[in-house]
Design a protein around this ligand. Structure first.
Ligand code: GDP
Length: 437
């Protein structure tokens, strides 16, 4: 999906636009007043464009003096995470000083910008749309978020600036692997992170404790760059006096959204609880790589037997992520820690796999021979051809006659066989089956 940051000063209609583009609204669980929710995230769609929306709304209540500086900082972070910035101005009010401040921030970044002049449904807004030209960010797209007008133009504008899906392989190689560390409160996440990268690095930041925002933390392991993409849950715990012991759904979703590999940290003394299963399922549905971490392993009496039991339990409870690595370690003693990052890199590699079309079709023929597909009304369903359409996660399309009648069980057989044949344990695989003549 295209990561789209919706930015602009308060009251221009960012939230209305966010809600219009968001397919489903995320449940925001927050019963702690006074903790600023400074960004919202959601999956969205415009035409056939899949979007990952980042909304920076919610600064309206901050005291005036710091508003501008904070919005700037917030906006910059949102832009950095996004592929494209959607800059919203109010066509009825025309260009204000604050709009110009934003325009400057946007011009300084190298992200593509689409300028939208909102509230353009009324006739008086025409001059405001024209005025927006002077922001120097190209032709404004006149829209009405509230009435859903101008969406086709917005789509065209986004498509024109969206980066190519397939990034350069060389570029890919020096990008850090983005990981997120999630799990229930007290599972041992902070202890693990501190052990991994050192306390100082995690907790320093320009605005530590002011917002609940996350600061990316970078480090290197074995010559490879790693970025911890979401520290919100960890930082909040360290900085907000009142301990928030609840698992925040939004923090978890946000972390998963921006990660490539997710480390699901579980307290080894009570692992695989219902919330852990839910998180693992979410990681699978979001198409991210997954590594299970059983921490506090120093507290386990008969480690070998216990590990075998837990591997069994994972297979049983979470067949959808079958084969995802399970790393038992103690963040306290450091034992087992050396196996963690290699597992992360292996998962990342699997997740980025591109299978050659030829190998895929050789495999397909072999798989059908070994276990022929069923017949429907006396006629055999025949898988014919398969190709990988993208990686991260590996996504395939398969053409078959009478595809719509292919039973789910056969589809599962194919996916499992694909997993085994190409050694892709644990990573989510997407297979779409289409009809061919
Ligand atoms: P978080 O809420 O997931 O960040 O959990 P913390 O890292 O704050 O850890 C919760 C508690 O578990 C703390 O009291 C830690 O000292 C303890 N803890 C964390 N890791 C280990 C470990 O590997 N072994 C043992 N014995 N205790 C641990």
């Amino acid at each position: 999906p295209l990561k789209l940051a919706i930015v602009g000063r308060p009251n221009v209609g960012k939230s209305t636009l966010f809600n219009r583009l968001a397919g489903k609204k995320l449940a925001i669980v927050d019963d702690q007043p006074g903790v600023t929710r400074d960004r919202k995230f959601a999956a969205g769609r415009l035409g056939d464009l899949d979007l990952e929306l980042i909304d920076t709304a919610g600064f309206e209540n901050v005291s005036d003096e710091s508003l501008e500086a904070r919005m700037r900082a917030q906006t910059e972070r949102a832009i950095e995470e996004a592929d494209v910035a959607l800059f919203v101005v109010d066509a009825r009010e025309g260009v204000t000083h604050m709009d110009e401040v934003f325009a400057e921030v946007l011009r300084r970044h190298d992200r593509p910008v689409v300028l939208a002049a909102n509230k353009a449904e009324s006739r008086e807004s025409g001059t405001g749309v024209m005025e927006a030209f002077r922001l120097g960010l190209g032709e404004p797209v006149a829209i009405s978020a509230e009435h859903g007008e101008g969406m086709a133009d917005l789509y065209a504008a986004l498509l024109a600036v969206a980066p190519e899906e397939d990034e350069d392989e060389a570029d890919e190689a020096d990008k850090p692997v983005r990981i997120a560390i999630v799990g229930r409160p007290n599972a041992g996440k902070s202890t693990l992170v501190n052990r991994l990268i050192g306390e100082d690095r995690l907790l320093t930041g320009p605005e530590a404790g002011i917002t609940r925002d996350s600061i990316p933390v970078d480090w290197e392991h074995d010559g490879r760059r790693v970025r911890l993409v979401d520290t919100a849950g960890l930082r909040r715990k360290a900085k907000v006096q009142e301990k928030l012991e609840k698992l925040s759904t939004q923090d978890t979703i946000r972390a998963i959204t921006f990660a490539e590999v997710v480390l699901l940290v579980m307290d080894a003394t009570h692992p695989f609880e219902i919330q852990d299963l839910q998180i693992a399922d979410l990681v699978e549905r979001e198409g991210r790589g997954l590594v299970f971490v059983l921490t506090k392993w120093d507290l386990i009496e008969d480690p070998q037997t216990r590990l075998a039991e837990l591997i069994d339990e994972a297979q049983r409870q979470l067949p959808q992520v079958r084969g995802a690595p399970i790393i038992a370690l103690s963040a306290e003693t450091g034992r087992g820690l050396d196996r963690l990052m290699p597992a992360v890199f292996k998962t990342y590699g699997d997740w980025s796999t591109k299978v050659k079309t030829r190998d895929l079709n050789d495999w397909l023929q072999m798989a059908i021979q070994r276990h022929p597909p069923p017949s429907v009304n006396g006629r055999r369903i025949k898988p014919k051809y398969m190709a990988q359409t993208k990686a991260r996660p590996p996504t395939f399309v398969m053409f078959a006659s009478r595809a719509d009648q292919l039973p789910e069980s056969y589809r599962r057989y194919l996916i499992n066989s694909l997993r085994e044949s190409f050694d892709l344990p644990g990573v989510p695989l997407r297979v779409t089956i289409r009809s061919s003549r």
